[in-house]
Design a protein around this ligand. Structure first.
Ligand code: GLC
Length: 658
């Protein structure tokens, strides 16, 4: 369909969407585009009954925070591809995922839907996810553009963020992920520095298109548009969902000269291009429904993090195990809101999943359900008669959801007390936490010999946990967000905005960047996770391949008797800069399977972006001449190897230094 063959009215209807999930077709002249959520599985609305949307069954994959805790690029790709296979089955053209918003505060209710507090980790994994989705001929939607980092009052609280922080932290994951060429980008609800994302021409046009080179379609978040014609003028191409008044608003604006033919045609051409692309795209799934479930288990295994294992209590092979806690039988597989997935899979009780591996009977009890002890005496007696007791706790969808933020990092007191009570009957307590973001474990940590952070790990969570607990698979997850000792240690504390604005005063010092700059101890650092295996690092070599290009080589050896995967991380430190810079920043990582007794030579490439900061004065990315330290670690706070490089660029490109 050529734009010249459309009337003005037809053009304007194309900018309005047709209903909640499809675009306008102008009487069949333009192919329909069907979009559906979400990042953790397909939420495809197949009918509406009494005003309630009925969705199709789909595979409930792990949440993106669990994918990120896996640090596995291939797994991120497979997550996207697996969900896209469900999209193919339901003829969905665009999957509204992934979200890459940075975890600015652990209180954010949507942290489970996002990857990390670090822009490089978030952007690189999101890029793989997008490639996985689009490998099936389904489009992806990179969201929520941008600086949407709390849920409280998200529709009007303005993110007050300075230019350098915006570029280095909040735009950076989008910039990296756009390398995978998503078909679409979704704008956020919130204003940024006083202008709504849906009307923010600087971000939607000057940054997203002129600077980042995005050439796909920009759609709004649902009901995120406050003025239809101002949105079109700013570069928002498609308002979603359909809003009855929008056509009249656009028509009147055109008649008054507020909206030009050129501005209308710019958006119409994006809608037509998406419709043509979706129509021409050969959609083809690559996995059966059974394989999709197995992928859910495998990706959960990659992202489940062993945080404590005192005395090597795990793996629990050959031990008599008791399992307690409501989530053991009805796991928190995802958070609330648009990312929910309805799965038809009958998730096995954790006790049954363990028993099916060990062949031994595994006792089970509810323990605490909501805020009452349901089977306290049974739980205590089972614990008393077992070698080891696994108790599953966490925040379900009632507390962690889109549209609201948490007000504490702690679990409910009755859950904390349950763990403490259980430990009176059995010292070998293994706590499994199913929450959407960092948890303050201080109340029960001393009473737990082992702590496993499962996050919201999808329909395969209990099979994955059983394989880890019994040692069939070695845990390899590492935290993609810091776990502070307490909320008071975070920059924001219990602040999630004042109802009008959200302060970004910490600047680029977000997450580990903040705790390290101010020397704040943390419970579990960014990049931390234990294994049943033991890895040693050696033989660091750094090869210079260009003015700001290097290859970092190092050896990781598995000195244990257990095959395992190790996530090695490469950080860069700018020794002396003319601006305040983080102590270190993640600029590379590798997850490698290393068999018992074997070793792997790992290489990680660094380039200009590994050393640069955003210079507001020069309005560009700048690498200052000088010395940099390259740090190789098994976590952000466990540096194993370090080396130095010097960068000397032509002086005329450099601002004078001190
Ligand atoms: C929601 C979410 C967005 C989702 C959209 C459609 O409010 O913010 O992530 O894709 O609306 O459900």
């Amino acid at each position: 369909m050529r734009i010249e063959d459309l009337t003005l009215d037809e053009k304007l209807t194309l900018l309005c969407g047709r209903d909640n999930w499809t675009t306008e077709t102008c009487g069949g002249k333009v192919p329909e585009v069907r979009v559906s959520d979400g990042p953790h599985g397909l939420r495809c609305v197949v009918s509406v009954e009494n005003g309630r949307e009925i969705t199709a069954d789909a595979t409930a994959m792990p949440s993106l925070s669990v994918v990120a805790n896996g640090w596995n690029k291939r797994a991120a790709y497979e997550q996207g591809g697996t969900i896209a296979d469900d999209c193919v089955d339901h003829n969905v053209d665009v999957l509204l995922a992934p979200g890459v918003n940075i975890k600015k505060t652990p209180l954010c209710g949507r942290n489970f839907e996002y990857f990390s507090e670090d822009p490089y980790l978030a952007g690189t994994l999101a890029g793989q996810y997008i490639e996985g989705v689009q490998s099936r001929g389904v489009g992806a939607c990179l969201k929520h553009f941008c600086a949407n980092n709390v849920e409280s009052d998200r529709s009007w609280q303005s993110s007050e963020v300075d230019e350098r922080t915006l570029n280095e932290i909040y735009l950076k994951p989008f910039e990296i992920a756009l390398g995978a060429k998503p078909w679409t980008v979704m704008c956020a609800y919130n204003p940024i520095n006083g202008v709504y994302a849906s009307e923010n021409k600087k971000l939607l046009t000057h940054v997203l298109r002129d600077k980042f080179g995005f050439d796909g379609l920009v759609m709004s978040d649902w009901w995120a548009v406050h003025n239809g014609y101002k949105a079109v003028r700013a570069g928002l191409n498609l308002r979603m969902p359909h809003d009855d008044e929008n056509f009249a608003v656009l028509k009147e604006a055109y008649e008054k000269g507020y909206l030009t033919d050129e501005q209308i045609n710019e958006s119409v051409s994006r809608v037509l291009a998406l419709a043509e692309k979706a129509d021409r795209s050969e959609k083809s799934g690559k996995t059966s429904k059974e394989q999709r479930h197995l992928n859910a288990v495998k990706i959960a295994e990659e992202g489940i993090v062993l945080l404590k294992n005192e005395g090597g209590i795990l793996p629990a092979a050959g031990k008599k195990i008791a399992v307690s806690g409501v989530f053991a039988g009805a796991p928190a597989i995802g958070g609330g809101g648009s990312s929910t997935v309805q799965t038809a899979y009958k998730i096995p009780h954790l006790a049954d999943a363990i028993s099916s591996i060990t062949g031994e009977k595994v006792e089970r009890s509810m323990g605490v359900c909501e805020n009452v002890f349901v089977t306290a005496k049974l739980a205590y007696s089972q614990a008393y008669n077992a070698d080891l007791c696994v108790v599953v706790v966490g925040d379900g969808t009632a507390k962690v959801s889109e549209g609201c933020d948490r007000d504490t990092l702690k679990l409910r007191p009755e859950q904390e007390n349950f763990i403490i009570e259980l430990s009176k009957y059995n010292k070998n307590i293994v706590v499994v936490i199913e929450s959407g973001s960092a948890v303050d474990v201080s109340a029960f940590e001393p009473y737990a010999k082992a702590i496993i952070f499962a996050g919201f790990a999808g329909e395969g969570v209990n099979e994955a946990l059983a394989r880890i607990i019994t040692g069939r698979v070695c845990p390899s997850g590492k935290l993609a967000e810091t776990f502070p000792y307490a909320l008071e240690d975070t920059y924001m504390g219990n602040y999630t905005g004042d109802g009008l604005t959200v302060d970004y005063g910490e600047g680029v010092f977000v997450g580990y960047r903040y705790y390290e700059r101010y020397g704040i101890a943390v419970r579990y650092p960014f990049g931390f996770g234990l294994s049943y295996a033991k890895f040693e690092y050696s033989d660091l070599k750094i090869e210079k391949t260009g003015d700001t290009d290097f290859v970092v080589f190092y050896t990781v050896k598995n000195v244990s008797k257990v095959d395992g995967k190790e996530v090695s991380q490469v950080y860069v430190r700018d020794i002396i800069a003319m601006v305040a810079r983080p102590v270190k920043e993640l600029k590379g990582y590798s997850k490698d399977l290393i068999k018992a007794g074997e070793e792997k030579r790992v290489s990680v490439k660094l380039d200009f972006s590994s050393f640069a900061y955003y210079s507001v004065s020069l309005d560009k990315w700048l690498v200052e001449n000088g010395d940099f330290e390259i740090l190789v670690g098994s976590s952000s706070r466990d540096v194993k190897l370090s080396g130095k490089v010097r960068i000397e660029l032509p002086d005329d490109e450099q601002p004078s230094q001190i």
